[in-house]
Design a binder for this molecule. Structure first.
Ligand code: SAM
Ligand code: DTB
Ligand code: SF4
Length: 334
């Protein structure tokens, strides 16, 4: 799929909304044969105390947000969360760590690799978001069993310095390239509602459409205003802005999963239904995001059912892998 220019994206985004939705729906139907919604469950495996100053983030040590700093969770605790997520129907388990980045050869990186390989045995896709990566660290994460690496651009290159000063957009892009080079899927998106313009949102989309390969998934977050951060009082994103962004992302990235992400608790059921119609086909599921609550699982399952959609089923291949790989990995008979 050819990259979209900024002008093309502007033209798509600003169409009368029903024309935009018609086009997004047509692109969705041409590229996705089912009506499934991917359910991804998040777990913060290392919370708070982060050296970075991302202006939206509850976990930055630069702000007083009331989030308690915690060390890396133990393997048993993480596995208990992951098993629960699998039992609740999630097909992807996403583990987030409040770190600037990780480096190969360090004790914490070795611990994370063990966590990844144990979670991978449960048969769900494994996504991690650990901050900056070296190429070697990316290769080791892939070998440990990571399916997708989440590293968001968050906004346009031009607006990024208004949001973060402790690392650069170029740093973000370097990590994304390392993840792709190592063969991991890339999950990369952004946040609406940080004071950016529509042009900033479309510039971010322009950068995303230039990735080769295209991002496997694009999370579209609406800012969750966190008390104590510089963005605490930001104006909430309007539903039509969100719909336009989702529809434009669907048109620009036809085969990418578009994830209706943080901020979903503030949407009505009807608003969420429109986002699915516009081409969103993935959600964060499980009652909690990283540090803030998300919609309850039963509410999500009820909405999905009422709309005649279905949760994405675990891949048969994953289950087969699970049955064949586990005995060997545990030292039992194949
Ligand atoms: N430290 C890693 C990093 O920065 O990539 C991983 C964790 S970070 C919390 C992951 C992403 O969550 C951010 O890039 C941002 O898009 C999203 N996020 C964090 N706080 C948010 C908030 N308050 N509202 C909306 N999205 C948020
Ligand atoms: C993403 O784009 N959104 C998720 C996930 N990737 C890691 C995180 C949302 C965090 C919302 C605020 C919080 O719970 O701290
Ligand atoms: Fe939050 Fe990640 Fe920024 Fe750290 S690097 S402050 S965890 S968004």
């Amino acid at each position: 799929m050819a990259a979209k220019t900024f002008n093309q994206l502007e033209e798509i985004y600003h169409r009368p909304i029903f024309q935009l939705l018609d086009q997004a729906r047509a692109v969705f139907r041409a590229n996705w044969t089912d009506n499934t919604i991917q359910l991804c469950t998040l777990l913060s495996i290392k919370t708070g105390g982060c050296s970075e100053d991302c202006a939206y983030c509850a976990q930055s040590s630069h702000y007083h947000t009331g989030v308690q700093r915690e060390e890396l969770l133990g393997l048993d605790v993480i596995l208990a969360h992951a098993r629960r997520a699998a039992d609740s129907g999630a097909t992807r388990f996403c583990m987030g760590a409040a770190w600037k980045g990780v480096r190969e050869g360090t004790p914490r990186f070795e611990q994370v690799k063990v966590i990844i390989s144990e979670v991978a045995k449960l048969g769900m896709e494994v996504c991690v978001t650990l901050g900056e990566l070296t190429e070697k660290a990316a290769e080791e994460l892939k070998a440990a069993g990571v399916t997708a690496y989440n590293h968001n651009l968050d906004t346009s290159p031009e607006f990024y310095p208004n949001i973060v000063t402790t690392h650069t957009y170029a740093d973000r892009l370097r990590t994304i390239r390392a993840a792709q080079k190592a063969g991991m899927d890339v999950c990369c998106g952004g946040i609406l509602g940080m004071g950016e313009t529509v042009s900033d949102r479309l510039r971010m989309l322009e950068v995303l459409t230039g990735f080769d390969p295209a991002p496997e998934s694009v999370p579209i977050n609406c800012l969750v205003g966190i008390g104590g951060t510089p963005l605490a009082g930001a104006e909430p994103v309007g539903i039509f802005d969100l719909l336009r962004m989702i529809a434009t992302a669907r048109v620009a990235l036809p085969r990418t999963k578009v994830r209706l992400s943080a901020g979903r608790s503030c949407l009505t059921r009807e608003g969420q239904a429109m986002c699915f119609y516009a081409g969103a086909n993935s959600i964060f599921y499980g009652g909690k995001l990283l540090t803030t609550p998300g919609p309850a699982e039963d509410e999500d399952l009820t909405l999905i059912r009422e709309l005649g959609l279905t949760p994405l089923e675990p891949k048969k291949a994953c289950l087969n892998d699970l049955h064949t790989a586990n005995p060997q990995q545990r030292g039992g008979r194949p």
